[in-house]
Design a protein around this ligand. Structure first.
Ligand code: SAM
Length: 284
């Protein structure tokens, strides 16, 4: 007898009206500009979540998202539609700039607040922290505040756990592997974890960048890299202006190298690709 073929559940097709509803939801709630033509991709990505919740179609799923006041189901929807791709030391020019230009300007003993906005699974804020430890020493780093945020609760949970496949250590210098990570044993074989003493130096918080940022402190450096790619120009411009308000005088905004602020009106000065600065002595 031939083996039974596996049960294949067909992907939920997204109908044009449902796609419009998804576009409007993700735009209103997260600023995400979902372009036409992505219906098949979106259907494939939402399918898993629809099955997990035992729902019958995309339409019922969207009603669940709209009715959920906690915002968690919206976060799951955003998770399905965005990528949390990141890596340690991604776009290394910024870390070199942090070490050679930004940190030397900071007076000893002065406060230093750094925000990794859209930190995904944490490689960016950990890369920032490890550079600070090397450049400033452990004692001074104790006084630095690092905030790491993302809209995705799934990504943030991973960031806070700080567990990565050991193969990812190839991206890092030998000295860092020993100092900042511990090897997993038993069921964690093949994984590494950022040591607790370093994980505890970063504050992880769920922040939707479309929401009010006024409760946050002002920062000396904001990393917001490879996040604005999801937003349209108008939303990007509004966000850049809000980041400018959130920066200390003379503070820095670092964006992804494939992003740019060309044609946008804002008060930041261009320093070099993907690097902007708020003028000194002006408060937004
Ligand atoms: C490609 S990752 C970038 C990670 C890291 N900054 C880097 O450059 O490697 C983009 C992140 O932006 C987050 N994101 C998208 N829309 C957001 C929003 N409205 N508020 C906060 N985070 C958002 C996604 O959840 C995702 O983790």
């Amino acid at each position: 007898m031939p083996p039974e073929s596996p049960l294949v559940i067909p992907a939920q097709a997204v109908q044009p009206l449902e796609f419009k509803r998804i576009q409007s939801l993700t735009y209103q709630m997260a600023g995400i500009d979902l372009r036409d033509g992505k219906e098949a991709l979106v259907g494939a990505r939402l399918n898993k979540r629809i099955r997990e919740l035992g729902l019958k179609d995309v339409s019922s799923y969207l009603s669940v998202v709209e009715a959920d006041r906690t915002g968690l189901e919206l976060a799951a929807l955003i998770d399905a539609l965005t990528t949390n791709f990141t890596s340690f030391l991604r776009e290394p020019q910024h870390f070199e700039f942090l070490r050679s230009v930004i940190l030397p300007e900071m007076a000893d003993g002065a406060s230093l607040r750094i925000w990794s906005a859209g930190c995904a699974t944490g490689e960016e804020p950990y890369s920032i922290l490890f550079h600070l430890v090397q450049a400033l020493g452990e004692r001074r780093v104790g006084e630095v505040e690092i905030l790491a945020s993302d809209i995705s609760t799934r990504a943030l949970t991973a960031a806070e756990a700080g567990v990565y496949p050991a193969a990812r250590m190839r991206e890092l210098p030998e000295e860092w592997r020993k100092r900042f990570f511990q090897r997993g044993v038993g069921t964690q074989e093949g994984m590494v974890r950022v040591r607790r003493e370093w994980r505890s130096r970063i504050r992880f918080q769920r922040i939707n960048l479309m929401e009010d940022l006024a409760s946050l402190p002002r920062f000396h450096v904001i990393f917001c890299r490879n996040v604005m790619i999801y937003f349209n120009k108008a939303t990007q411009q509004k966000l850049v202006r809000r980041f400018a308000t959130q920066l200390e005088s003379g503070g820095w905004l670092l964006i992804g190298h494939s992003e740019g602020l060309m044609g946008m009106e804002h008060e930041l000065s261009y320093v070099m690709p993907a690097t902007y600065r708020k003028p000194m002595n002006r408060r937004g």
